[in-house]
Design a binder for this molecule. Structure first.
Ligand code: HEC
Ligand code: HEC
Ligand code: HEC
Ligand code: HEC
Ligand code: HEC
Ligand code: HEC
Ligand code: HEC
Ligand code: HEC
Ligand code: HEC
Ligand code: HEC
Length: 510
């Protein structure tokens, strides 16, 4: 009797693959494999990686996550696994580079995945560097690698590793689309599950986050995309013409030029055989395209606007004081929204201490990371010099001010500056008409002299003046370059007149 009971249990535990579909009816298999080929468990990195309950056979929850794609996918897709592992999506290279160049001594140089996995919650940090670990696992890694705890914001729901791009998720229901079959085509919306919230990619669609205070929520009462309310600025001309991210970005192959991105002149050649359908040829004869601008990148002129987010403040708060933050609940982090919603309705005594997931391990850790910006702008993109020596648009980036208040209300850090370097980037806000001449020539802000917030100010707000880390390959304009832009030459005046004439601007005044 006992023997046969054990036998039944054993049978339940090694369900034949097809039986998964008795419950998971809408799931089709992928890659022509049995369910078990991907979902069987060999060795798990974190306990949460396995779903194993009384009623469920043990299964691996994230077969294509970085920790498993080698084992589960490589034997058939070796080229793609290797190329993916060289990309920033896997290495987090740019983020780690920016965070390890620190103005604070003693920062652990290796913020590697292995070190992060072994991280413990912090109790009494001696310096800002010691809360960078918690910052990463409780805030940043939900996009910067993959999250054992899914982001629940509409527009942000996604899977892990390869599947973060290759299995689309329905944003209403959270269910995988097409029975979770892997698709070789990746939709823009899937890229935006991470590339949203004033990061390159969202600008392609004209998204720009509203200020977080509830007074700026519009339209009142509607629920926002990506966990925050969004302005709709002018989207990229290529988006309007139907091009998608993957028309220019490849992940596993290089284009004929050897690069993984198609650049402007790959398409705007004037050679119909090489171009995409009816692409306008780049005309080198019009005034703005003439040789005196050969050091000015295409994007510097054609970007209609750029992300300029000044003064990032991150508050690591382990208390249960929610009354202030409830006014800032839509801040691009659905966990923060949901937690504040659930706590703020309770009487003080029943509120719980702040908690949020360690996105890497799935465990709940003390504290919540709140975000605030000093101010944000989009107009008159600022110029700097990129690694190739050409003029590029630059943006303030990840200069962070860290505050830490523990559960006993002790303030360990108060707006402590951490890292912070500007960088050159490529706004995806291309417009047919380039910027006006005066948007660069004679414009102090574009030349890198910063913004005076009101006419009475004698000096610019310091956070708006470009700062580059010594190790950065990008730099601000030097004073000779600034002068060239700010003091109009005779050539400039004549070229401007020529340009206005060519555009028949004078017709407007007749
Ligand atoms: C008796 C019904 C049943 C069977 C059989 C079953 N599942 Fe499930 N499975 C569920 C239910 C219900 C859930 C969601 C609730 C939960 O998390 O337990 C689930 C959840 C899952 C999840 C998602 C876990 C997560 O939360 O990320 C995976 C993956 C999964 N099942 C795979 C399988 C595979 C593979 C098989 C076959 C070996 C299988 N299931 C067999 C009912 C079943
Ligand atoms: C080629 C590998 C592969 C095969 C084969 C496969 N899966 Fe999956 N499955 C995945 C990946 C990858 C995910 C995404 C996990 C994540 O969230 O990162 C997933 C997610 C899931 C989920 C949870 C998310 C959701 O879609 O609801 C369930 C349930 C699931 N699979 C069931 C099945 C069943 C049932 C079969 C067999 C019919 C199957 N899988 C076959 C790779 C596979
Ligand atoms: C046993 C070999 C095998 C394994 C293991 C395997 N695949 Fe596949 N995969 C295939 C085959 C064959 C196809 C094409 C047929 C199909 O789409 O079902 C395919 C198709 C795909 C596609 C779509 C490609 C296209 O051009 O449409 C993606 C993406 C993909 N696999 C990803 C994965 C990921 C991620 C894993 C690991 C979780 C994985 N595969 C594991 C054999 C495999
Ligand atoms: C909503 C998803 C998301 C979250 C959360 C997120 N990032 Fe990012 N981050 C991105 C994306 C997407 C990129 C690449 C696009 C870009 O560079 O604009 C990026 C790029 C970066 C870069 C790259 C800079 C470079 O020079 O290329 C740094 C540094 C960075 N993030 C730091 C952080 C830090 C620190 C946090 C946590 C406070 C964080 N990110 C949280 C999505 C996110
Ligand atoms: C950041 C998004 C992204 C991630 C992550 C990603 N891929 Fe892809 N993958 C793409 C895109 C986009 C394509 C379409 C072809 C292209 O442009 O590279 C593609 C194409 C493919 C194809 C079809 C054949 C081909 O080369 O065109 C396979 C197979 C594939 N990927 C497997 C994988 C595997 C396995 C992983 C994980 C190790 C992975 N991908 C991770 C974006 C991604
Ligand atoms: C899981 C979240 C996520 C998804 C999905 C995602 N990205 Fe990214 N992407 C990032 C992050 C985070 C970075 C910054 C990486 C770093 O720190 O170096 C990045 C970097 C990039 C970069 C610059 C660096 C590089 O490796 O080329 C490009 C281009 C890019 N993403 C395009 C895309 C496109 C196109 C898609 C959709 C096909 C996509 N991404 C899907 C999170 C994501
Ligand atoms: C018309 C071509 C084109 C399209 C469409 C396009 N990109 Fe790009 N993207 C570029 C070029 C060119 C660069 C600059 C590459 C470099 O400097 O190495 C770039 C750079 C990036 C970067 C690197 C960070 C930065 O700002 O320099 C990210 C992230 C990115 N693109 C994401 C996306 C996403 C997501 C989409 C779709 C929503 C997309 N791109 C659509 C051409 C394009
Ligand atoms: C993948 C091919 C491709 C790439 C790469 C590309 N474009 Fe385009 N571009 C197009 C297509 C297609 C159109 C729409 C048809 C047209 O108007 O020419 C377009 C339209 C334009 C227009 C509007 C032309 C007009 O008169 O309406 C401008 C300006 C432009 N692109 C600039 C750029 C710049 C700057 C870059 C590099 C950041 C770039 N393009 C990269 C394909 C591309
Ligand atoms: C100094 C600013 C500036 C730079 C640099 C610049 N453009 Fe332009 N571009 C313009 C302006 C302004 C127009 C609008 C011309 C008009 O309508 O009179 C324009 C027009 C265009 C058009 C529309 C078709 C045409 O030629 O009239 C395309 C395509 C284009 N540019 C592509 C590019 C590409 C590709 C680059 C880089 C190789 C580039 N531009 C660099 C300012 C610039
Ligand atoms: C995106 C910013 C930008 C825009 C818009 C722009 N320029 Fe320039 N221009 C520059 C920069 C930067 C230089 C210096 C180039 C160098 O140092 O190699 C320059 C140099 C010049 C020069 C040669 C240096 C001098 O002053 O004699 C002339 C002439 C000129 N621009 C005329 C124009 C005219 C006319 C327009 C409008 C049609 C225009 N520019 C629009 C950025 C811009």
């Amino acid at each position: 009797m006992i023997k046969s009971f054990a036998l039944i249990l054993l049978v339940l535990h090694s369900l034949p693959a097809e039986d998964c579909r008795t419950c998971h009816q809408s799931h089709l298999s992928a890659c022509g494999l049995t369910c078990n080929a991907c979902h069987n468990v060999t060795k798990a990195v974190f306990p949460v990686d396995i779903l194993s309950t009384k009623n469920h056979p043990p299964v691996l929850r994230f077969p294509s996550a970085n920790d498993y794609s080698g084992e589960k996918c490589q034997k058939c897709h070796q080229r793609q696994v290797e190329s993916y592992r060289q990309s920033g999506h896997f290495t987090m290279e740019n983020m780690l580079k920016t965070l390890s160049v620190s103005s604070i001594p003693g920062l652990p140089q290796k913020l590697s995945r292995k070190n992060l996995i072994n991280l413990q919650p912090v109790k009494s940090p001696a310096g800002a560097n010691e809360i960078i670990g918690p910052l990463l696992v409780q805030k940043c890694l939900r996009c910067h690698t993959e999250a054992r705890v899914s982001d629940q914001a509409s527009g942000r729901k996604r899977h892990n590793g390869c599947a973060s791009c290759h299995i689309a998720v329905d944003q209403k229901s959270g269910a995988s689309e097409n029975g979770h079959k892997f698709s070789g085509q990746v939709a823009d919306a899937t890229c935006l599950t991470c590339h949203s919230g004033n990061y390159t990619g969202a600008d392609y669609y004209g998204y720009y986050e509203h200020d977080y205070h509830q007074d700026y929520n519009t339209p009142v009462g509607s629920s926002p995309e990506f966990g925050s309310f969004q302005h709709r600025l002018s989207s990229d001309i290529h988006q309007k013409k139907g091009l998608s991210c993957t028309d220019c970005h490849s992940f596993h192959k290089a284009y004929s030029s050897g690069r993984k991105v198609k650049e402007c002149l790959d398409c705007h050649t004037g050679n119909p055989a090489k171009a995409v359908s009816e692409t306008a040829a780049y005309n080198p004869d019009i005034v703005p395209h003439q040789s005196f601008h050969k050091q000015v990148s295409c994007t510097s002129c054609h970007a209609g606007w750029s992300y300029q987010d000044y003064g990032l403040h991150l508050y690591y708060d382990q208390t249960k004081q929610y009354d202030f933050w409830i006014n800032y609940k839509w801040q691009g982090d659905q966990w923060v929204t949901d937690w504040l919603d659930s706590m703020s309705v309770l009487p003080e005594a029943e509120r719980k201490m702040a908690r949020s997931p360690n996105y890497l391990s799935g465990a709940l850790w003390p504290g919540i990371w709140y975000t605030a910006w000093e101010f944000r702008r989009w107009e008159d993109p600022v110029l700097g010099i990129g690694a190739d020596g050409r003029y590029k648009i630059i943006q303030p980036f990840s200069g962070m001010n860290l505050t830490y208040v523990d559960s006993l209300n002790r303030v360990w850090l108060d707006s402590e500056k951490f890292a912070g370097s500007w960088r050159s980037y490529s706004p995806h806000t291309i417009q047919p008409a380039g910027r006006a001449c005066e948007s660069c020539h004679g414009n102090a802000k574009a030349a890198g002299l910063g913004i005076r917030q009101s006419p009475e100010d004698i000096v610019s707000n310091p956070v708006t003046i470009p700062q580059f880390d010594k190790k950065s390959a990008d730099r601000a304009l030097n004073s000779a370059e600034q002068k060239r832009l700010l003091i109009p030459s005779a050539l400039y005046r004549s070229k401007k007149a020529e340009y206005l004439q060519s555009r028949n601007i004078m017709n407007l005044f007749r």
